[in-house]
Write a protein that binds this ligand. Sequence first.
Ligand code: SF4
Length: 206
Amino acid sequence: MNKEINLIFHNLGLRTYIEVDLCAECPRQDDKGCCGHYSPVFYPTDLAYLYLHQADIIDRIFAFDHLTILDHSVTVNNVPDGDSYRCKFHSKNGGCLLEQTWRESICRHFVCPGIGWWEESVLQEWKEYMEKLTDYEIELNQRLAEALDEQGLSLRNPDQREKYFRVLIELYQKEIGQIPDFINRMPVQQSFRIVRPLHFGKDWQL
Ligand code: SF4
């Protein structure tokens, strides 16, 4: 069965996301799709954005149990659910409880291989863009982590957390004042329709 799938690329720099209408009727038919196999990892750029725009999410993240907290990242580990897992931000009825821009980059960029939009020739510019954006985000997170290290700050130490965020926000605001040109060269939003054969249950590739 062939299905027309609508993709919308929302270019919001570090908060860029891909909207896919098929997610609402995920062919996995298990109420969780790709979110049943992933634990979101929040890095400095995510944490700084959330601190400035939706600080209560930071409190929610650190209130979960079974977190993996490293010096400059926090993973909200999923929980076993049936024959896979469930992300702690995922609700059976409404899907992800986080708005798109609050999610970390894998959650904002991931589209299942069953759709494989990157194979379309008309989407090669977006493919390159998403790759460049990923590299930029990794480099930026690395720079922020090194600067925080120099000040002896780590997320592992709850007593330092207030200072960690104060310093992170200063560094982040300086960095986002110099957004690279490749981000501004792409449209703010662009929609595409592609047609793919659907398979259901575990036959749909994630
Ligand atoms: S944070 Fe949201 S999009 Fe990411 S895995 Fe969890 S439920 Fe899915």
